[in-house]
Write a protein that binds this ligand. Sequence first.
Ligand code: PLP
Length: 406
Amino acid sequence: MTENKQGSEAVTNGGKTANVALTSSTMPVSKDELNAWSTPGSAAFDFRSDTVTSPTAAMLFATKHCTLQDDVFQEDPTTNSLEAYIADMTGKEAGLFVISGTMGNQLSIRTALGGPPHSVLADARSHVYGWEAGGIASLSGALALPVTPGNGHHLTLSDVKKHAVTSTDTHFCPTRLISLENTLAGTILPLKDCQELSQWAHAQNPTIHMHLDGARLWEAVAAGAGSLKEYCACFDSVTMCFSKGLGAPIGSIIISSRPFVERARHIRKGLGGGLRQAGVVTASARIGVDETFLGNKLSATHQRAMETANMWQEKGGNLTQATETNMVWLDLEAAGCSREEFVEAGVKEGVRLMGGRVVVHYQVSEEAVERLGRVMDAVLSAYSKEHEIKNGVKEDAREVTKPEME
Ligand SMILES: Cc1ncc(COP(=O)(O)O)c(C=O)c1O
């Protein structure tokens, strides 16, 4: 391609040459160019989720330079190399790019299971159980066994032993798969528990498949809980997302053994998930891994999340759970504030909120945290003022809410 002075360029294709107008879609992009990809934009003021992260100029640059071969034929170098790269990084044989985390989880479950009767044991709060449109039932014909952790934090071997069906009694529905989630609502599943659970599941006859919804496994690793390889060694299949805290626009990956990935690829095709020129999305995923995860941006978000949690507590607020990675859980109920009031207070300060869950991602700006501080002031002072009027004396909001929380 050669650019000429008339704002168009000569494009040669199949021996023919044409002049193409230089519009934003045909303009060559450099890493320094300013456009919608250059800044986080509204993501800098958005605490609703880490899925709102905006793809970067480096991602656009990588997309421009990606290969454009057919991934259903497994001929696309950008996609093949991403799959091999993540498999190597996690100590697994093979990887399969999928369009979403939900597809990664449900496809893994479908791939692992034979036919009914079979059950899938998962944390009662997990995404695979409650947030994937009933896919365990509709796609795998399996009974879901939701289990509430006895320790209130994460599933342990004792929870699983209590609820998994290992009996051959024909009344029951045998557990063939255990699905864990790390991080879950921002909390870390300790490596030791994964190892114990894995050892037990693999010692059963027949062995129980261990799946990890590792949409945010990157966060647990960045927090120092264990390495990718250590965690992945506990599981037969793992889903990891590129489109959350890593900032890529689209996509997740399943990593597992080669035969498992081959079967998953077959089932993915049947679900309409076979992609053609997949390089346009896998190129960005690679940048997310290299620049956000390996570039060490996640631990800074954990620090910022911790500061946000401290700010709320210093102002008199309570948390519903401790901050371990990038999510902060504000106890709005104890602060006498409804979800809607909190969201509305955010709108007034120009920050986007969804409720008591505040998600910090690497594109959240310092100014956004300052504005969030003002939102906190507004809701907490409204609460203490109301209390002052009710009781005729000024009371500390935290002291007042304590009994309600017990
Ligand atoms: C823990 C977890 N797993 C899986 C998913 C599903 O990812 P997707 O929205 O890409 O389907 C999500 C989505 O937020 C999630 O939080």
